[in-house]
Design a protein around this ligand. Structure first.
Ligand code: AHM
Ligand code: MG
Length: 335
């Protein structure tokens, strides 16, 4: 029985979803519950991050006699360990690992899913106690089950995602995930360690008042983008504006706010970064999938993000993402 009357936990929700499909095996539900468990473990460590100096710097031995790890390394290990010991994932691609981590044991090889993730997004915020996130993306393998996962399993177009989500470690910790059926947000009740369905069926407003862009790049972007930024700030040209600027240095936090309130986030090509900064497979694609299911849009400026065929697991892509009308508006300036 739920602690809050008529509010489901993450586990209850995934099981309820499973019941809607009589032929479902429960594997995706199990994988999502594993992600929820890993997120709770990371959350505990995120909450202690401010004590890092007391507990010891990276590489030193802490009071428990353990080697202190950087939070992104720690989070990476937690997600890999939890999903490796489960039976619902055949392997993981992570921002922290050069190569895919293939689990290659009998139970994992039998799984039809693989996962891609950025264990800590916005890692520059860790030391200053500002929101950070975890991003994940789930695909059905293209290789046959019963064998180890292959590189092709991880190099699929974003449109093929089965589920995608993020965890935001903020003033509250939330897990938001999307399947084709919808986007749902769960808030962690720290006192009992359960995620509760706090934001059912999230829909992104078609227009909003926020633009999220690192203005330090203003002089390093294409002319069309400069003109679009001018438009965002304009009082005369922009009838709905000027838009307020919000930029946390954590895409998860920016996209999350825009998802709930309406807005646009963009990280375009800048001088020295011809493809921007963000990674296609485990940053742009999952956020694009969530945003599209919620009714928004995501493009690299020329092409829909979810249609891009990845060539390399760590490749980068420019990204314009958010409220549908605002992404369309931005695109008019890019042409
Ligand atoms: P990270 O995964 O190494 O933290 O990098 C991704 C982050 C995004 O969350 C954020 O929007 C961007 O990098 C900030 O970069 P910049 O400082 O160039 O604006
Ligand atoms: Mg990141």
């Amino acid at each position: 029985m739920s602690r809050y009357k008529n509010i489901m936990t993450l586990d209850e929700f995934t099981i309820q979803q499973l019941r809607l499909f009589p032929h479902a095996t429960g594997e995706l539900s199990g994988l999502l519950r594993g992600i929820g468990l890993a997120a709770k473990q990371v959350n505990v460590e995120v909450n202690r991050a401010g004590l890092a100096d007391i507990l010891g710097a990276e590489g030193t031995i802490n009071v428990q006699g353990e080697v202190v790890q950087k939070l992104d390394v720690y989070a990476n290990n937690v997600f890999i360990d939890v999903l490796r010991s489960g039976i619902n994932c055949a392997g993981i691609v992570s921002e922290e690992n050069e190569e895919a981590v293939i689990f290659d044991d009998t139970r994992s090889n039998a799984s039809k899913y693989v996962l891609l993730m950025d264990p800590i997004d916005g890692s520059g915020n860790i030391d200053v106690n500002i929101s950070i996130g975890t991003i994940f993306s789930v695909y059905r393998r293209v290789s046959p089950t019963g064998q180890p996962a292959t590189p092709e399993d991880f190099l699929q177009q974003g449109i093929k995602q089965v589920a995608a989500g993020y965890v935001i470690y903020g003033s509250s910790t939330m897990l938001v995930y999307a399947t084709r059926r919808g986007v749902n947000g769960f808030t962690l009740d720290n006192s009992i360690g359960e995620f509760y369905l706090s934001h059912p069926d999230i829909r992104i407003p078609p227009h909003g008042k926020f633009y999220s862009f690192d203005n330090c790049y203003y002089h390093q972007v294409a002319r069309g983008i400069r003109r679009y930024v001018d438009y965002c700030m304009s009082v005369a040209d922009n009838k709905a504006g000027p838009y307020s600027n919000r930029y946390y240095g954590c895409m998860v936090a920016d996209v999350h706010r825009n998802l709930l309130k309406g807005g646009i986030f963009f990280y375009p090509a800048v001088t020295g970064k011809p493809d921007g900064k963000l990674r296609l497979c485990y940053e742009c694609n999952p956020m694009a999938f969530i945003t599209e299911v919620a009714g928004g849009k995501a493009t690299n400026g020329k092409e829909r993000i979810l249609d891009i065929q990845p060539k390399h697991i760590h490749q980068r892509s420019p990204l314009f993402i958010g409220s549908a009308e605002m992404v369309d508006e931005a695109q008019r300036f890019l042409r």
